[in-house]
Design a protein around this ligand. Sequence first.
Ligand code: CP
Length: 304
Amino acid sequence: MTQARHFLDLDEAKRAEVEQLVMRAREHKRGLPEAGRLRRGRLVVAMFFEPSTRTALSFAVSAAKLGAQWLDFSTGTSSLSKGESLEDTMRTLRAIGADAIVVRHSESGFPHELARHFAGSIINAGDGCHAHPTQGILDALTLVEEFETLDGRHLVIAGDIEHSRVARSSARAAWLLGAKVTLCGPPLLLPSTTPAWGFAARETDLDAVLPSADALMLLRIQNERDSGAELPPRSDLAFGYGLDERRLALLAPHAIVMHPGPVNRGVEIADQLVTHERSRIERQVQNGVFARMAVLEACLEPPA
Ligand code: CP
């Protein structure tokens, strides 16, 4: 969490913060009799400027499970389209009684901009190529459920890393919990070497890293975030970085397969492997509810 009561990214997060959220998410998953009273009466506003199925719906379910109210801010029909400033919109939402805003936007840094104007909590539901911190927590939860401790475990993330906010948040969360992280993709889709990525290894040959992976996370090619650079053809990506039966056999018997969704079947993962016994894709979606309960609970004040 970058500052008190906002949840913007995991860039400055500490291991203890991620551990605490994962632990609380596990408690929510086991079921707490008082869950529905924990944040009763709090108002959470959803501002989704980009499409979403998993994140938007699981946040709505999380809010309901905590007793909070979930209100959809219809971005297309709001007064933003009449030229109202973000600052005034934030003031308006606060005046209406919003305690938190869950925001998704194509622009990296947009939630941080909202946080400058809103007196309540801003929770990032994905901003451009930058961050998707609740995905990071739900993926950490999925890994911890599988392996209990991530110390010494190896997470391989394959595909379009450069444009992936999921990669940035999920890699960081897993690394903070002790995992070794390898980013694997064609050079064009690997991020340039920066201190922010200093913790991760890089690889262009997926077959070479599969035998040492405990978890393989596949990523969708982010056509919508292509800034003009030529993207490899989908057939090349499928050939070089897609999971098929041959590559599944290269994984250790205990290794699991993850994907944040939505999936391009037949590109990053073969159709029949989406629901394979080693796939944790549906588990990730399910865990999104509990991870987001933990985040909402941390960001919202308890009822008076
Ligand atoms: N993983 C993820 O963010 O999915 P949605 O775009 O459906 O929310």
